[in-house]
Write a protein of this length. Structure first.
Length: 333
């Protein structure tokens, strides 16, 4: 069983849970038979959904009636008790009963409860929220996406190392190019923290990544940089802007191809290409943000995704564990 990845799953977080979560687990198992799921939530509901769909050798259910609500503040979630499905799932990673934890629940609550239960990796001050973004050549890791509004130059250097370690865990044969998100590509552009970080990374020798300087917002999708680093405020704005732009483009295309007979005919003639375009921008394929910096990996699935999106985030969990992310960070920090 040493090659089995043990995933702690909060089954009660996010829209449509626990059905969406269980359907995602079943779908994931069809693609990857090397995961074991420790599922936290209402046992009666979960058993009804999972029985006859997944062999009992691949899962265990830990019952609790208590859940973190989507409306809870992080403080309210922490006060709700240590018997919530989210808390118990994180605690199982703390106790080394599982290798990684995933939840589609309240993001703020997940970060706070994770920080209450798990230690920071030595020499790292703050955890970062990272995610995968598509680009012209493949995928990029982007961080921080909102966990830390204000960051020091040390934090940004740490994020560079952690982001590169995450990329290497997911794509072990590649050495990533890392860059700082900034308002210009010139060395003198940006605030003092960005410029100080630029100087540190320019002088730092690393086998973990190549430092590529600054990257501007209009270059994020070019694919020349694999790890994009910023403070949480800037990163979150960039994320929401990218999501909004993708939704706008797909929405406008649908209108164009539905509004007229000529548009409908064009859609039929270009059906294959349109499907490829739709799949490329499908957010479900990139689901699964990662809190990195803690001594155990914590994955946040989007609360509004469907079972396919949740299944993809489970595959991210498997890759992170197989890629030995935590030890990679420890070795490089």
């Amino acid at each position: 069983m040493s090659d089995i990845t043990k995933i702690a799953v909060d089954a009660m977080g996010g829209d449509g849970s626990p059905k969406k979560i269980i359907d995602g687990i079943v779908h994931s198992h069809k693609l990857n038979k090397k995961n074991f799921f420790k599922i936290f939530g209402n046992k009666t509901n979960i058993e009804t959904l999972i029985k006859d769909k997944l062999n009992k050798d691949y899962y265990e259910i830990i019952h609790t009636d208590n859940v973190v609500k989507s409306t809870d503040s992080p403080l309210e979630a922490a006060k709700r008790g240590k018997d919530t499905s989210m808390w118990l799932a994180i605690e199982s990673v703390k106790k080394k009963e599982t290798d990684i934890v995933i939840s589609a629940g309240n993001t703020g609550a997940l970060l706070v409860i994770a920080k209450l239960n798990l230690k920071m990796i030595e020499n790292i001050d703050k955890p970062a929220l990272s995610a995968l973004w598509p680009n012209k050549k493949g995928m990029s890791v982007v961080l921080d996406l909102g966990a830390n509004i204000e960051c020091s130059s040390k934090n940004l250097v740490d994020f560079s190392i952690m982001g590169a370690s995450l990329y290497k865990s997911l794509y072990p044969k590649e050495t990533p190019n890392t860059a700082l998100l900034n308002i210009g590509s010139e060395e003198l552009k940006g605030n003092e923290i960005i410029k100080e970080t630029f100087q540190i990374l320019s002088e730092k020798k690393s086998n973990n990544f190549n430092f590529s300087g600054y990257i501007e917002g209009n270059e994020l999708m070019d694919g020349n940089v694999n790890v994009i680093v910023s403070d949480g405020f800037t990163g979150n704005v960039a994320l929401k802007t990218a999501e909004g732009t993708a939704n706008f483009i797909t929405g406008e295309l649908k209108k164009v191809f539905k509004d007229t007979i000529l548009g409908k005919l064009s859609a039929i003639l270009n059906f294959s290409n349109l499907n490829k375009f739709k799949k490329r921008l499908d957010p479900r394929l990139y689901n699964g943000a990662i809190f990195i910096g803690l001594d155990s990996p914590v994955v946040k699935s989007h609360g509004g995704t469907d079972f396919v999106g949740f299944s993809n985030s489970l595959e991210v969990c498997s890759k992170i564990v197989k890629g030995d992310l935590i030890n990679k960070i420890r070795e490089n920090i």
